[in-house]
Design a protein around this ligand. Structure first.
Ligand SMILES: [Zn+2]
Length: 79
């Protein structure tokens, strides 16, 4: 189990923590949709990123999500 990176700011979140305690249900939902994390106020506090930065963050987000897919799927089956 590893970290999942915020798609907006790149903050690494412990995958376990995302599902168990670090985020509220609502925050987690947004986070997993790539809408940011509490750290960057869901994109509000992110300074303007270049296109390249955004691509890197996007890539890191999806890769880390895939790497932690068992966690994500467990959560998904909970509804
Ligand atoms: Zn963030």
């Amino acid at each position: 189990m590893g970290d999942i990176y915020c798609r907006k700011c790149g903050e690494p979140w412990d995958a376990y923590g995302v599902f168990y305690g670090d985020m509220t249900k609502e925050e987690r939902k947004k986070f997993l949709r790539g809408e940011g994390c509490p750290c960057c106020d869901f994109g509000e506090k992110v300074e303007k990123k270049s296109r390249l930065d955004k691509e890197i963050l996007n890539e890191a987000f999806w890769t880390s999500l895939a790497e932690n897919s068992s966690e994500v799927e467990d959560y998904g089956s909970e509804g």
